[in-house]
Design a protein around this ligand. Sequence first.
Ligand code: B12
Ligand code: SF4
Length: 497
Amino acid sequence: MKTLLASPESGVWNSRKHIHMGLGYLAGSLLAHGYPVDLWDAAVEEEFESLDERLARESYDVVGVSAPTPLINNAWEAAASAKKHGAVTILGGPHLTLRPHESMEKPQVDLVVRGEGERTIIEIMAALEKQREIDRQQSGGAPLAGSPRLFHPDAGWDRILGLSWRNPEGKIQHNPDRPLADDVDAIPFPAHHLYKIERYTNLNPLTDGLDMNARAYTIVTSRGCPYKCTYCSKPITGDTWRGRSVDNVIAEWAWLVNELGATEIGVTDDIWNLDKKRAKELCRALIKANLNHVPWVTIHGMKVNNTDQELFSLMKQAGCKRVGFGVENGDDWMLRNVIKKGQTVDMVRSAFKYAKKAKLQTMGFFIFGMPGETEESMEKTIRLAMELDPDLAHFMMAAPFPGTEMWDQLVEHGHIMDTIDWSELAIQENSAHFAFGELDKETVERKWHEAHRRFYLRPKRILRIAARKDTWQRFPYYVKTAANMLLGLGEREASAA
Ligand code: B12
Ligand code: SF4
């Protein structure tokens, strides 16, 4: 039973290319159970060979496609191509967990996996083997290529938690949800060795101090986040958090550095410092294991609370180069009542102070145009960004994902969301996703452009950028990005997940 796992789109996130950890984890699980598997990531394959060409060249029994919400149209296209080539098609990932039925209504989709997929995909493989037997006995062969697959309960389909499938009458079945894995140390490591790592880029747009052509792997040391920010889409993990043990993380980290030659590592946890004690132990263990010579960055999130000076100093000693914080807004009322971030502006200030004192580079993520936002609160956000003065400021416009409190609020206020084209939720556009109350889209877009201009066109910032080796090495990239962000020319590049 040979499987291809695919990430279907290369354009949405076009500034950098990061490995897909979800597919790596699924591949790790398949290999641990003796099933052969390949990875196909549009971000690094499409320019050489389309998925259709790959499937024409090499035959797979199963094609699994992963999709966050903005990429679901691409996932359906990928499934149609796989179906044409006779494979069983499985879709999984955040959007499928939110809206499984929508995809099951597509004839090219045979199975939908909701939630974490490592166990489910192994149970699917076993059921497919039994199903083959049943097909042979009943009709002498598998169903025709192109038609949706119908599955017989005797193969055990109805017992696979987190699975949606079609029974012999063609009726869509949604089995009960699969509980999250309770022992995250028992999950096999992602199949890092299957990534075409030389085709991926470094992890951050600002590479100074980091290798521009890094062998950039990522690692997930914990899963989930218990906070309830109203814009955040967490269909897989909900409000839970599970940390891997320090020993387990160090074993994977050592594999990346010592055997796979990693020259940069990104920690992609939602909130890697939720347990501050564990975060410090991890840093100490990296130092002890002599793994601190390879720079690492917390790509998405450290929460500003759960930090102190000791943590950042330990991180620095452990090889960390750069930390990113979700600042979101400069107005405490917005943070508390609208974003529900569980942090105050003063907590943000402290975290930046500690990180800078430890000589870590800093990144700040800021959102414009949340429901309830006013021109004044956006002004406070711009001022806070300038006061904190991170090495890199990412300004984004709020995007409503189904399942979030922000989505519900918009629906409640009469925004008709059911007709939404999911691809519009990609964040690389130059325009606001919605107007809310008194605040129109134009004001949000104006403040968003203003934020870029006022933050990046300060004399000290220009001098700092000009003094960086990185700027001159990547001059055309910076000119293009500046034209997009400062002047609104051309398409904006995606800036964060
Ligand atoms: C690292 C990251 C990135 C990286 C790498 C993306 C990648 N392809 O993995 C970068 C920076 C490139 C990125 C980009 C984007 N991201 Co992003 N990203 C993340 C982040 C922080 C971690 C992902 C991760 O490694 N998770 C850990 C792995 C183990 O979990 P997983 O990927 O969900 O996979 C498991 C299950 O989903 C399932 N599964 C997944 N795929 C499949 C497929 C099959 C066949 C099966 C059976 C199962 C299955 O099994 C896996 C193992 O348990 C998540 C937040 C999060 N905690 O997940 C956001 C997140 C996934 N990103 C998000 C978004 C919106 C995007 C963008 C669309 C942003 C944009 N530009 O608009 C792009 C899309 C790029 C792309 N091609 O996928 C959202 C998705 C929300 C949603 N409702 O879809 C998330 C949840 C962040 C958030 N809270 O809003 N992202
Ligand atoms: S935005 Fe960050 S802190 Fe807030 S719920 Fe999402 S992952 Fe947690």
